[in-house]
Design a protein around this ligand. Structure first.
Ligand code: ADP
Ligand code: MG
Length: 363
């Protein structure tokens, strides 16, 4: 296998459960060996279906899935050598933790002394080395998920699939486990295909993210590219916090365009994914890219009326009315001297063309 050959490939994969509705509509994805890739999207968008087809528990209605250069359409799930961690793919309750990890090794006929060493190593990796003799019922939810991660890794799978594995954990534990799983991935160099509906989880863990909507990938890119350069309004809205302003395109000049916001004023934006003059577009602008008291180098300067202030420690989340929209969010860093804004105040705000993207309304 050459190094640039993808380790996993979905080639024009479609899936229908009822023979009528496609819940996955022509899915293409190349995953490099050692990559951590996440399928992110709202509930019902087809993420689990794609993962189940890769695991072999569902068959594709159309298209090919390739693993390490071989089509696996006809390979049984247990012959794919894939590790799995699912929220509802529970540990065996009647077995101890160590027995749970021994199980995939026994299935593979590994000699017992080798298997015991592997089990201990896998448990140590998830900081559960001293819990081998406990039963799952004697562990917390977070500890059980650690064991589930260890079980997915114990037989040296080169590919591990995880479907919302942290969904049942509280926020603090979830964030801690995100870093732990990421570190394990970095240390072992396994390929991970991860599913979540939580955008911050996806940003934290992934090399690349495929953003799903209704069976279609809307954008496939690195976390920073998705956040900084969303291709369409769906991705801009789904990843991170976003100000959305709709308006009509009044002129296009190279890479920039002017957009009239319902007669409230004209903004200059990057023309990313738009129609022509006279068409509607959706502007996307991140709350932390809005400046207070902008100087005259700013091409976009507007008046904002403060509607609500929420103190969040490191920043003050400010909701304003701007150009007739009362859901405009500005994040004011706590280190600036704008901390004494009051509800009802009017202030000048501005932003740069490079931080404002005109995206297609139909997306
Ligand atoms: P996600 O994981 O993104 O929430 P799923 O892949 O579970 O999405 O579901 C995609 C669509 O397929 C949904 O409309 C869901 O109702 C439907 N679906 C999922 N599993 C089945 C099934 N076993 N039988 C019929 N429809 C299903
Ligand atoms: Mg799902």
């Amino acid at each position: 296998m050459s190094n640039d050959q993808p380790y996993v490939q979905f080639k024009n994969v479609q899936k229908s459960y009822d023979g009528v509705i496609l819940v996955v509509k022509g899915f293409n994805l190349d995953v490099a060996e050692g990559e951590f890739i996440t399928m992110l999207g709202p509930s019902g968008s087809g993420k689990t279906t794609c993962l189940m087809m890769l695991a072999g528990f569902e068959t594709a209605t159309h298209g090919d899935i390739i693993l390490d250069g071989q089509s696996i359409n006809d390979v049984a799930p247990h012959k794919r050598n894939i590790g799995m961690v699912f929220q509802n793919y529970a540990l065996f309750p009647h077995m101890t933790v160590a027995e749970n990890l021994m199980f995939p090794l026994e299935v593979r006929n590994m000699p017992k002394s080798d298997a015991q060493k592997k089990v201990q190593k896998a448990l140590d990796m998830v900081q559960m080395g001293s819990f081998g003799q406990r039963r799952p019922g004697q562990l917390s939810g977070g500890q059980q998920q650690r064991v589930a991660v260890a079980r997915a890794l114990v037989f040296d799978a080169k590919l591990v699939l995880m479907d919302e594995p942290l969904g049942a954990l509280d926020k603090q534990l979830r964030e801690q486990m995100q870093y732990e799983i990421k570190h394990i991935h970095d240390n072992l160099g396994v390929t991970v295909v991860y599913v979540t509906h939580d955008q911050s989880e996806a940003l934290t863990m992934s090399d690349r993210i495929a953003v799903f909507d209704d069976g279609v990938v809307k954008q496939l890119a690195s976390p920073s590219e998705l956040y900084e350069k969303p291709d369409n309004a769906f991705v801009a809205q789904f990843i991170g916090e976003n100000n959305t302003l709709r308006g009509k395109i009044t002129s296009i000049d190279g890479n920039d365009c002017r957009v009239d916001i319902d007669g409230h004023g004209e903004m200059i934006a990057q023309a990313i994914n738009i129609g022509g003059v006279g068409d509607m577009t959706t502007l996307s602008l991140r709350p932390e890219r809005v400046w207070l008291d902008p100087d005259d180098t700013f091409p976009n300067v507007f008046e904002g009326k403060v509607e609500e202030l929420i103190y969040l420690g490191d920043h003050i989340r400010t909701r304003m009315t701007v150009c007739g929209h009362d859901e405009f969010i500005v994040k004011i860093p706590n280190s600036t001297d704008h901390k004494d804004l009051q509800v009802g105040d009017t202030t000048k705000i501005g932003w740069k063309v490079e931080d404002c993207r005109a995206l297609d309304c139909t997306d």
